[in-house]
Ligand binder design. Structure first.
Ligand code: FMN
Length: 325
């Protein structure tokens, strides 16, 4: 059992935001699995992303549990997710405490405010702000590599600060609101330090609004050829855009390294002084077997998540990973 501000994840195993947590059918199956301790929605924008089925897709490698995807965000708007979350939380007979993490993204302060207001309206309606444990949390996706002309904001953490301030203020106003950040895979120390000092700057009176970080998203600008995926080899590339975000086995060492580095930094005296040392880590990236899940835990993850294995196995993925985790 792991507590992230006001949500409890038990067992500490979840799906990370992805194309297989897109709609009510996906989300219900994930929620009803006894092996998930929480579920995460696909990333929603306020109005829905203009998905182009000719471009936005995913390919599976044949020889490893690796995916390359060219998806943007969910075509469904935030309002659709709020309706589905309400349906699941008011209808489920299974767990009374299993939370749903709503993944959102926006590029302006006005939009993020509107999205938080809509989520809070649902939380207040369901009494989520007054119960001992909450069931709705927010994950801000700062790291989709596939949006044309919009690089992952998590790579320039200082640019994110105005958006993060809005989330921080929402948490100050209602400390029952649980907020986390989905980060891109980082490759050198300065990038990790920027996140840590940014979180430190945002903390108020040594209290951080950000209960968790999710490491990592896919690694952008990656390429697989069609013959590596068993796809139609008349095409040259595995996905129509040639480039996409790589995930699964191929990013596992990098994801472990990101989790390990954040764990070290969050255990430092500096993090303690800044009041961010209690930030939990959701470790994601190449968790495609029980052994990989164990490695993620050993690297420092408090909670473990996966997307590629879910895409391959369906909800059974959590049974594979979950036994005795
Ligand atoms: C098909 C697909 C769609 C994804 N969509 C999202 C998304 O909407 N939001 C997000 O934060 N991450 C998204 N991701 C990234 C995953 O949540 C995860 O961070 C990444 O795939 C690494 O985990 P894995 O190795 O278990 O796949 C997506 C990944 C895949 C494979």
């Amino acid at each position: 059992m792991v507590l992230l501000n006001k949500i409890e994840i038990n067992p500490p195993l979840i799906n990370s935001s992805c194309a297989w947590s897109s709609d009510l059918v996906d989300l219900t199956a994930l929620y009803e699995s006894p092996y998930t301790g929480a579920i995460t929605t696909r990333t929603a924008t306020f109005n829905g992303y203009g998905e182009d089925k000719a471009i936005n897709t995913v390919a599976f490698a044949v020889d490893t549990d690796t995916t390359l995807n060219s998806y943007g965000y969910s075509p469904h708007p935030l309002a659709a997710y709020l309706g589905w979350v309400e349906t699941i939380l008011t209808g489920s007979k299974h767990s009374i405490t299993k939370p749903i993490i709503i993944s959102i993204t926006a590029s302006t302060v006005e939009t993020i405010k509107a999205m938080i207001d809509a989520i809070q309206a649902l939380r207040f309606k369901l009494g989520d702000n007054t119960s001992e444990l909450a069931k709705i949390a927010i994950e801000l996706n700062t790291s989709c590599p596939n949006i044309p002309n919009s690089p992952p904001s998590g790579y320039t953490f200082s640019y994110l600060l105005p958006l993060l301030q809005v989330l921080r203020d929402a948490h100050s106003e209602d400390p029952t609101l649980t907020v986390g950040l989905k980060l891109p895979p980082y490759t050198y120390k300065g990038q990790f330090n920027d996140v840590i000092s940014g979180l430190g700057l945002l903390a108020r009176n040594k209290i951080s609004a950000f209960a968790f970080i999710t490491c990592t998203n896919t690694l952008g600008n990656s390429l697989l050829f069609a013959e590596q995926t068993g796809a139609n080899t008349q095409q040259t590339f595995a996905v129509p855009t040639a480039l996409g975000g790589i995930a699964g086995d191929a990013i596992h060492p990098l994801a472990l390294g990101n989790v390990y580095t954040f764990k070290e930094l969050l255990s430092s005296q500096e993090a303690m002084d800044a009041g961010i040392a209690d930030t939990k880590i959701i470790g994601v990236g190449g968790v495609t077997s029980k052994a990989a899940a164990e490695r993620m835990k050993k690297a420092g993850a408090d909670v473990i998540g996966c997307a590629t294995l879910l895409g391959k196995e369906g909800v059974h993925a959590f049974e594979i990973l979950g036994k005795e985790l």
